[in-house]
Ligand binder design. Structure first.
Ligand SMILES: Cc1cc2nc3c(=O)[nH]c(=O)nc-3n(C[C@H](O)[C@H](O)[C@H](O)COP(=O)(O)OP(=O)(O)OC[C@H]3O[C@@H](n4cnc5c(N)ncnc54)[C@H](O)[C@@H]3O)c2cc1C
Length: 384
């Protein structure tokens, strides 16, 4: 069966050419337990990777599903409603695939995209201790060894790297040689000189694993550097972050759908004051606000995906807008859902409690709320 997703308003989502029911069956009741243990079974991730689910926009000729951004968005929302940790792993796999498609040469595209759609897992290293919002402060270096082999050395420290505990490869973004330009290098996580240390007890997305990755003069062959390196750092950031923003934004739609479903179910069945709480107008207002948030986030994401699929000039700004709207509505919506369920939603394992913690991360990643506002303000000042 090539199933379609079902939205909270009962309509069917775009066909994504993959079996949504198979994903649901694989995920099952796992997310609450994964959140508690801080781990998703890696075999499950490999299976989803092999189904092409983790980077669905990779063209079919490279082993992917060839999804549009819109179809991948609905898929991402579906996964995001089930588990933000799993969606986070999906996001970083998609960022790496987007970078390989944009910067890789013909052979790298064939080889690496084939790997990323057949169960190999990748994480993405932009952030460093001194380079968070301001990635221009990045200190990691990817420089030729200079011994005639063409090999390079990668050295630096990356922070909060999602999925690094599962990954076979880390896409390291760093400075290329001694110049101002950058490079993206595919470094095996078991290469000598790589050490990975998970952050303990993160607030949310606990099973995504967020890791400190130290790269101590890691030797890699020349063909591990996408397109040979030497791309402008700002271009490397924009390509990776734009995909990431779209993915996180759709993940936020998923959070809102999960929260709306839980809040509606509870408000219909829980009785207080002689009536289902949904009949109390102040509770009904919460439901209305949640529904409004889900609709707004969906429409802004749809717009951004359509711009992306069209290759529109403002696609990157549309992605920032989608992420900004999605993240702020998801954070507020998850808090509203906890308010509706009250004590019933106040335990770690509950979907709304998990959403409440996970949604906060969405306001920090792929450009914090403040950084997104600065980008949107600059765009508005240029345009109007
Ligand atoms: C759950 C999670 C997953 C992550 N996954 C990854 C990953 O897979 N790969 C990766 O590379 N990184 C990852 N990160 C790192 C993430 O990208 C950074 O946390 C983010 O860029 C913010 O950087 P920072 O935490 O250093 O905050 P800072 O940059 O120190 O910012 C602190 C505060 O100051 C504000 N601020 C900073 N600069 C300005 C400014 N110019 N104007 C106004 N306000 C400003 C920020 O908005 C924020 O509120 C992840 C982080 C989290 C929390």
């Amino acid at each position: 069966m090539s199933a379609e997703g079902t939205r909270t308003d009962g309509t069917r989502s775009e066909g994504v050419g993959i079996d949504i029911a198979a994903i649901d069956a694989l995920v099952g009741n796992g997310p609450a337990a994964w959140d508690a243990t801080g781990r998703i079974p890696v075999e499950l991730l490999r299976k989803l990777g092999g189904m092409g689910v983790l980077c669905a926009e990779v063209p079919t000729r490279f082993g992917g599903l060839g999804s549009t951004s819109l179809a991948n968005g609905e898929l991402t929302a579906h996964v995001g409603a089930l588990c933000s940790s799993l969606r986070s792993v999906m996001t970083v796999q998609g960022i790496a695939a987007a970078a390989v498609r944009r910067f890789g040469d013909r052979e790298q595209r064939r080889h690496l995209l084939g790997q990323l759609t057949s169960g190999r897992l990748v994480c993405v290293g932009f952030s460093e201790p001194g380079a968070g919002s301001d990635l221009s402060r990045m200190a990691t270096r990817i420089r030729p060894v200079g011994d005639g082999t063409g090999d390079l050395l990668v050295s630096g420290e990356k922070m909060w790297i999602t999925g690094a505990a599962y990954a076979d490869l880390i896409m390291v973004i760093g400075r290329y040689g001694d110049g101002p330009d950058g490079a993206a290098a595919m470094v095996p996580t078991d290469a000598p000189g790589v050490s990975i240390e998970p952050v303990t007890a993160p607030l949310g997305c606990r099973a995504a694993t967020h890791c400190r990755v130290v790269l101590d003069d890691v030797r890699i062959p020349a063909d591990a550097v996408l397109g040979g390196g030497g791309q402008p750092l700002s271009l490397l950031f924009t390509v990776g972050l734009s995909y990431g923003r779209m993915s996180v934004a759709w993940g936020c739609v998923g959070i809102l759908r999960a929260c709306l479903t839980a809040a509606v179910d509870d408000a219909r069945t829980r009785e207080q004051g002689g009536a289902p709480i949904a009949e109390h107008q102040l509770v009904a207002r919460h439901i209305a606000e949640l529904y409004t948030s889900e609709r707004i986030a969906t429409q802004v994401c749809r717009h951004a995906s359509e711009q992306w699929d069209r290759g529109a000039a403002d696609a990157a700004v549309a992605a920032v807008l989608a992420k900004q709207v999605g993240a702020t509505h998801a954070a507020r919506g998850a808090a509203t859902a906890v308010q509706v369920l009250a004590s019933r939603g106040f335990t770690d394992g509950h979907v709304v409690a998990r959403a409440y913690r996970d949604a906060k991360a969405m306001e920090l990643i792929e450009g914090s709320t403040e950084i997104s506002q600065l980008i949107l303000a600059r765009h508005a000042l240029d345009r109007f």
